[in-house]
Design a binder for this molecule. Sequence first.
Ligand code: NAI
Length: 462
Amino acid sequence: MASFDAIIIGGGPGGYVCAIHAAQLGLNVAVVEGREALGGTCLNIGCIPSKALLHATHSLHEVHENFTKMGLMGGAPTVDWAKMQAYKAETVTGNTKGIEFLFKKNKVTWLKGWGSIPEPGKVKVGTDIHDAKYIVIATGSEPSSLPGVTVDEKIVVTSTGALSLSAIPKSMVVIGAGVIGLEMGSVYARLGTKVTVVEYLDAITPGADAEVAKSFQRILAKQGFTFVMGAAVQGVVTGKTGAKVTYKLRKNDSEASLDADVVLVATGRKPFITGMGLAALGVEILPRGQIKTDAHFATNIKGLYAIGDAIVGPMLAHKAEDEGMALAEIMAGKSGHVNYGVIPGVIYTMPEVASVGVTEEQLKEQGRAYKVGKFPFMGNARAKAVFQAEGFVKILADKDTDRILGCHIIGPGAGDIIHEVCVAMEFGASAQDLALTCHAHPTYSEAVREAALACGHGAIHA
Ligand code: NAI
C-alpha cells in the first residue's frame, strides 16, 4: 500500500511513455502491468515482433528476387522457423527489458498485477490498495470478434496467434485488408504461403488515399497475394487441419467459400477496458466502446484520465505515446497538446506505405481548392539502384497558399521519409519550403522534394 502522484494502468506505449515523462517532470509515478513484461501489445505481440518477422522474410525475398541480379550467386537459404521465432522473441525481450531499465532509471514503480479502481483516487492491485491524485487508464485494445468466427489462436488466429504459428502454413485466408492483414499476410506470402485476402470494401487499407491503395493492391498482387474484394465473411468452420471460410459477394449476394490451413481474422480492434470496475464507478463510455474524455484526456470522474487505444482516435502506438506525453505535462501543471492533424500512419510492408494529413478524397469532400505534386520512385536514382522503384510520393497543398495539407507515399523507406513532411506540417510550411530545402543525393527523401517541386513549376527528374 503506497501513495503516488499518478498511477497509470497499462504498461504499453501510452502508459510507459506517460509514466517516464511524468517522472521526468518530478511526479512520483507507478505503472500497473499484469503481463510478465512491460511494453503492452506493441512490444510483446504487435508492432515489434511483426517487424522482426517482416525484416527476416524481406531478407529472404531479397535473396530470391535480387541477389543473382547483383552477382550474388548460390542457392537461397532454407527457413528454420524455430530459429526465426527465437530471433523474434529476442527482439521482443531486448525491447521490453529496455523499458524495465528506463523505469529504474526514472524511478517509476512497476506494480505487477492487474489493476482495478474500487473508488476515485484508489487503485487495487492484488490485495493492495494504493492512493493516487491522478489515475490514468492506458489499457489499450484487443482484437474485435467477428460473428460466426471462433478464434482458437491455432487454426483461426488473430494477430497474436499469427505471430507464433507452430509451422509455416501452405495456405492462409486473411479476413480484412487492413494494416494487420497486409503486414502479416506479407510475412507468410514471402515464406511461400498462398495468401488470399477477403475484404468487405472495394479497396484495401480503409481510409487511405485511393491512388495509393490502388497501386498498393497491384503491387501486393504481383507479390502473390490474391484478393477477394467486396466480400462479407459469413463464418468460419474449423476442421482438424484447417478451416473453411464462407463469404457473400456484396454485388450479387452470391455465396462462396475458401479452404485454408490458417485463417487470420484482422477486422479491427476494440478498446480493452474490462475488469477495472469502470461501470460501477460510472465512467462514461461512448457507443463504440471507447472511454469518453475531454480535450485534456479527463473522464467524467475527477482525477481519472484515459489515453491511447482506450479513447477515440487512430489505434496507433505513437498516437498513444503523444497523448501520454501531453497528459504527463498536464498532470505536472503545464499545458500538454496533441496535434491530431499531423499523426503519420505507416504500413511496414515492402514497399512501405505512409501517410500524414488529409487525403485527396477528403479534400474533394470538403470542396477545398488544392494542388497535387506527384513524383514516381522510377525517377529516383537510389530507389532504382536497390530494385525498389515502384510507388510514388504525392503531396497535397492548398491551391492558394501552397500550405502542405497531406502527403501519401508508397515506396522505399516511406515510413521514415514521411517525417520531414510531418515536421514541415507542424511548422505550417508550404510545398515551396520543402522544395527549397537542400536534400542529400542520392536518397529516397529526394522524391519528397521532387513531389514538392511538382506542386510548383515541376519536378526535375520526371
Ligand atoms: P483495420 O481497421 O485496419 O482493417 C480491418 C479491415 O477488415 C477493413 O478493411 C474492413 O473493411 C475489413 N472487414 C471488417 N469486417 C469484415 C468482414 N466481415 N469480411 C471481410 N472484411 C471485413 O483493422 P486491423 O488491420 O485489424 O488493425 C487494427 C488496428 O491496429 C488498426 O487501427 C491499425 O491501425 C492498428 N495497427 C497498426 C499498425 C501499424 O501502424 N503499422 C500495425 C497493426 C495494427
